[in-house]
Design a protein around this ligand. Structure first.
Ligand code: EPU
Length: 342
C-alpha cells in the first residue's frame, strides 16, 4: 500500500488541472482494503482511476483512493465464451490489446479508451456501438459502509448510457474486479458508420483488425491525452422525447434551411439521441476559446486544455457557455459527462 499526504494530483488527471488532495492511498489487493484504518483517513473518500474522465475544480480536502490491482485471470479458455476477471487497476486498453491478440471477441470496439478497468465499469464506457456493460457478467466490490466484500451481477449493476448503479451510490462501492465475458466465436459489431465503411468489402479477419480500425478512427477525431489535455467527451449526448425532437427539427429548419439534416439515433424506447457535437457546432462554438481552454476543433464534444495551463475556471466558464448556447438555440440542456471533483 502507498499512502502520501498532501499529494499532487496534476499527473493523475488527463485534463492536466493543477490540484492536490489531503491524502492519496493506492492499494494493491482487496486484503489491503480490508486491513485499512478507514477512520484515520481524511474525509470525504473518493476513488479515481487514471483521471481520464475527471475535471479537478480545486484542491480536494479528503482522501483519494486508487487501485493497484493489476491481475488478469482467464477463468475458462474453452471453445465458446471466455470469462476473464480483470483487476480494477488494469489499464483498460492494455487488456483490450491482450485479448484482441488472443483472438477473443467482445472488447475490440472499446479500443484506445483511456482509463482503468474499474472506472470503465463505473462509467459504462462506450464507443462504436458497444458499451462495457454489454460484456460484463459481474463486478466485485468492497463496500465502504459495511466494510466487506460484495458481488454484483450484471443486472444489479444497472447499466444505462454512461450510467450505472455505482454512480448512483455516492462512492459506497469500490470496484475491485470486473468479470468480462469474451468469445472465441466472432461477435462483430460493425454498425457504426465509420466501421461499416471500412469493412464494407472485406470482413475483419479477427478482433485485431477491428481494433486497428477503431484506433485509426479515434486518432483522427479525438485528442491524444499525452499531447493535449482533455477528458474525452465533455458532455453526454442528450436523449430527447419525440415531441422535443420535432421542436428541434422546426428550429433547425427555421435557422439553417429546409434541407437541414439532423443526425439522430432512435432509442429502443422511442426517445431520440441527438449528437451534442452537432448542436455545439451549429451554435458556432467549434474552436471557441475561453482563457486556456477551447472547444476541440475536430470534435466539439471535447473541451481541451489548449494552452497546457488552462485553469478549472476557464473550463467551467466554457462549459457554461456551451450549455447556455445550446439551451438558448435548441431548448436542450446538456449534462456534463466528465465528473467534477474539488
Ligand atoms: N458531429 C458533428 N460535428 C462534429 C463531430 C460530430 O456534427 O464536428 C456529429 C456527426 O453527425 C456525427 C455525430 O456528431 O455523426 C456523432 O459523432 P461521433 O461519432 O464522433 O460520436 P459522439 O456522439 O460525438 C460518442 C461518445 C464517444 C465515442 C463516440 C463513438 C459520448 C458522450 N461520446 O461521441 O465517447 O467515442 O460516440 O462511439 O457518448 C467519451 O465518452 O469520452 C467518448 C469519446
Amino acid at each position: 500500500m502507498i499512502k502520501v499526504e498532501n499529494f499532487d494530483l496534476t499527473p493523475l488527471n488527463t485534463f492536466r488541472m493543477k490540484a492536490r488532495c489531503a491524502c492519496f492511498v493506492e492499494y494493491g489487493s482487496v486484503a489491503e482494503l480490508e486491513a485499512m484504518d478507514w477512520d484515520s483517513l481524511p474525509k470525504p473518500i473518493r476513488h479515481i482511476g487514471e483521471g481520464s474522465n475527471l475535471l479537478l475544480t480545486g484542491d480536494f480536502r479528503g482522501t483519494i483512493l486508487h487501485s493497484g490491482i493489476k491481475t488478469i485471470k482467464y477463468l475458462d479458455m474453452g471453445l465458446g465464451d471466455v470469462p476473464v476477471m480483470v483487476g480494477s487497476g488494469v489499464h483498460w486498453d492494455d487488456f483490450v490489446e491482450q485479448v484482441c491478440g488472443y483472438g477473443l471477441w467482445g472488447a475490440e470496439n472499446l479500443s484506445l479508451i483511456p482509463g482503468e478497468t474499474g472506472a470503465a465499469a463505473v462509467q459504462n464506457i462506450g464507443a462504436y456501438g458497444v458499451e462495457i456493460g454489454d460484456i460484463i457478467s459481474g463486478v466485485t466490490c468492497y463496500d465502504l459502509h459495511a466494510r466487506k466484500r460484495v458481488k454484483f451481477s450484471r443486472e444489479e449493476c444497472g447499466y444505462g448510457y454512461r450510467d450505472s448503479f455505482f454512480k448512483q451510490t455516492g462512492g459506497r462501492f469500490i470496484v475491485t474486479g470486473v468479470l468480462i465475458r469474451l468469445s472465441r466465436i466472432p461477435r462483430m459489431r460493425l454498425e457504426y458508420k465509420g466501421l461499416k465503411e471500412i469493412f464494407a468489402d472485406k470482413a475483419p479477419a479477427g478482433p485485431m483488425d477491428v481494433r486497428r480500425a477503431v484506433i485509426d478512427i479515434r486518432r483522427s477525431k479525438l485528442p491524444d491525452p499525452a499531447e493535449l489535455g482533455s477528458a474525452g467527451s465533455f458532455f453526454k449526448n442528450p436523449v430527447v422525447s419525440a415531441a422535443d425532437f420535432a421542436r428541434i427539427i422546426d428550429i433547425s429548419k427555421r435557422d439553417f434551411g429546409e434541407d437541414v439534416h439532423i443526425p439522430h439515433f432512435v432509442q429502443p424506447d422511442g426517445c431520440i439521441k441527438v449528437p451534442a457535437a452537432w448542436m455545439i457546432e451549429r451554435c458556432g462554438l467549434k474552436g471557441a476559446v475561453q482563457g486556456g481552454a477551447a472547444v476541440y476543433e475536430k470534435q466539439p464534444l471535447v473541451i481541451v486544455n489548449a494552452s497546457g495551463s488552462a485553469s478549472a475556471d476557464d473550463v467551467l466558464a466554457l462549459e457554461q457557455r456551451v450549455i447556455d448556447a445550446v439551451r438558448d438555440r435548441f431548448g436542450v440542456t446538456l449534462s456534463p459527462e466528465v465528473e467534477h471533483l474539488g
